[in-house]
Write a protein that binds this ligand. Structure first.
Ligand code: PEP
Length: 251
């Protein structure tokens, strides 16, 4: 039985007072939700204060990225060990905005995943095709390449601490959601690739999230699909009521 994950990516939003206001409103709205793994990913600077605010609640903390070295002369970077120290249990790696704007490649994603797992973090590993790739019928090739690149050198044991997030780039922040069927098709393909690499038991246990304009009014249809195990939510995670409605989709 795969426990669903609903994760909120706050991106480059929320000062410390705004982050505290959001988390303080969200906390009572989800405190009785035991059926879903709830995660929020604030900017690095507010992780400590948000951690303090969520103590005693079911909300887990993620960072939006990390570096692969533990420490050293790497100005501007934050290591997995430092994220654990700040109170994170999860980290997002390979988000399309990092691939698009910050030169993230399958190789750097792979190094980051290995380092994050080594430190004991659960990784939310993002993959997804652009609109041009979908229109050019390359979706499945792109997903397979990103999956094989990101997971290169990892064992089946490692995969227990990885959650894959399928995020079609054309659906992120655009208001365009993949249809339930398009998302299910991609998820089923991803599970098949994981099965080919690691066998059916690992593939069956792998949680695969959908991301791309998830809202309270489309979460139920997505979650009704057999291979969709949760959502990575951007815009709708910035308001407590909409994120809570998504996390509490089961009623
Ligand atoms: C995201 O940031 O990962 C995302 C899916 O954003 P949005 O929900 O706004 O499309």
């Amino acid at each position: 039985m795969r426990k669903p994950v609903i994760a909120g990516n706050w991106k480059l939003y929320k000062t410390s007072s705004e982050a505290l206001e959001l988390i303080t409103s969200l906390k009572p709205m989800v405190e009785n939700n035991k059926s879903v793994e709830i995660v929020v990913a604030p900017v690095f600077t507010v992780i400590g204060s948000v951690k303090h605010a969520v103590t005693g609640s079911p909300i887990n903390l993620a960072a939006q990225d990390c570096f692969w070295e533990e420490e050293g002369a790497f100005t501007g970077e934050v290591s997995p060990k430092m994220l654990i120290d700040a109170g994170c249990s999860h980290v997002i790696i390979g988000h399309s905005e990092r691939r698009q704007y910050f030169g993230e490649t399958d190789t750097t994603v792979n190094r980051k995943i290995k380092a994050a797992l080594g430190a004991g973090l659960t990784v939310l590993f993002c993959i997804g095709e652009t609109l041009a790739e979908r229109d050019g019928d390359q979706t499945l090739d792109v997903l397979k390449t990103q999956l094989c690149g990101g997971l290169s050198g990892l064992s089946a044991d490692h995969l227990a601490s990885i959650v894959i997030a399928y995020e079609p780039v054309w659906a992120i922040g655009t208001g365009k959601t993949a249809t339930d069927e398009q998302a299910q098709d991609a998820h089923s393909f991803i599970r098949g690739v994981v099965g080919g690499l690691y066998g059916p038991t690992t593939a069956d246990a792998m949680r695969i999230l959908y991301g791309g304009s998830v809202k309270p009014d489309n979460i139920k249809g997505l979650m009704a699909q057999p291979d969709i195990d949760g959502a990575l939510v951007g815009g709708a995670s910035l308001k407590a009521d909409s994120f809570a409605a998504i996390a509490n989709y089961g009623g």
